[in-house]
Ligand binder design. Structure first.
Ligand code: AQP
Length: 325
């Protein structure tokens, strides 16, 4: 069975961008692939964080994944740091990755601007660890949002470099993109992000979601109600493509271009469709809050099963590297 790996950072509240860009796609793949989904905690420590709240953050992230509908009987859900082979392989990959390749990564450049006081080696090395996360399981497919495509390209490059320098043991994984691979924040400018305050939380209360949608930026050229709009320049329309039925999209597209529908009515329709999908997730999340032992058990069995495979890969890697044994 083809293998899939993907991860999410426990850096804050999971938002609807993470959900439609990645997690919802993950759920759809579990019947056809051998899927490993990880809470990537070592990635999250590349920026400032609260150590005393970190375990809770990790558990909350896992709870969100389960609430979204990931079935631990059909896939493995694990915490990255529970399988140390990820970081061991990352060191090996550091030794085949040219510095120039990581320096040119868009995420590194953006995060360096956001975290000027803490531009550490880990921040730059992030995509190398990500390559190790994927390749320690020899995964062939990586379902991610658009922002991660460049990192998966680098993963392929690292696999190629390792394979040609030593022995061809790693696959070159492919990206699987969702239908909504890039959702902008409610500011309509930057990517919706946990650490920029521009997101709609997956478990956010309905009143608060409506308040954010009501004031969200639309096509900036549509100043008056009677101005025709461009759906391709409107983040609300992008969100419709993620949350509204396919049959509604052409009607909204036409209505916007002809100014038959105003932005507020368009937002109301989106709100209805969004809350219809998020409501059951919120209910499952509140039920899961009373089952912390269940969440810990899911993570424990996920890590145990992943550890076996990761150890096998590292044995092979140590052997082809010619390390002392
Ligand atoms: N706005 C987005 N639209 C579509 N997909 C998105 N993803 C993130 N933001 C969007 C996808 O969600 C998955 C998990 O992301 P992550 O936790 O690894 O970190 P990130 O990409 O850096 O997400 P954030 O929310 O912006 O986190 P912070 O603020 O901590 O950096 C990935 O597959 C990502 O593509």
């Amino acid at each position: 069975m083809n293998k899939i790996f993907s991860g999410i950072q426990p850096t804050g509240e999971i938002h609807i961008g993470n959900y439609v860009g990645a997690i919802r796609n993950w759920i759809g793949l579990v019947d056809d692939y051998d899927c490993i989904y990880s809470v990537v905690d070592y990635h999250a420590i590349t920026v400032d964080y609260e150590a005393d709240q970190f375990q809770e953050r990790v558990l909350e992230t896992a709870l969100n994944l389960l609430a979204c509908g990931l079935d631990p009987q059909k896939c493995r859900i694990m915490v990255q740091s529970q399988v140390p082979e990820h970081t061991e392989l990352a060191w090996v990959f550091n030794c085949v990755t040219p510095i120039g390749e990581v320096e040119r990564m868009t995420q590194f450049k953006e995060k360096s601007k956001q975290h000027r006081a803490n531009i550490n080696m880990g921040l730059m090395d992030y995509p190398v660890l990500q390559a190790a996360d994927i390749l320690v399981y020899k995964a062939g497919f990586v379902p991610v949002g658009e922002d991660q495509v460049q990192h998966v390209e680098l993963t392929r490059e690292i696999a190629r470099k390792f394979n040609s320098r030593f022995q061809p043991i790693f696959p070159e994984p492919q990206v699987i993109l969702s239908c909504a691979a890039k959702i902008l924040g409610v500011d309509g400018k930057s990517k919706m992000s946990k650490t920029l305050n521009n997101y709609i939380g997956l478990l956010e209360a309905e009143e608060s979601i409506w308040e954010k949608l009501r004031t969200a930026v639309t096509d900036v050229k549509r100043v008056r109600r009677k101005d025709p709009g461009c759906p391709e320049d409107c983040n609300i329309f992008t969100m419709h493509t993620a949350f509204s039925p396919d049959t509604m999209i052409p009607e909204l597209d036409k209505g916007c271009r002809r100014a038959d529908i105003g932005c507020v009515d368009c937002k109301k329709k989106l709100f209805e469709n969004m809350t219809a999908e998020l409501g059951p997730i919120r209910e499952r999340a509140s039920a899961l809050r009373s089952q912390p032992d269940y969440i810990r058990d899911v993570l424990k069995s996920g890590a145990e099963s992943c550890r076996d495979e990761a150890q096998q890969t590292m044995e092979e890697v140590r052997s082809v590297l010619g390390l002392y044994r």
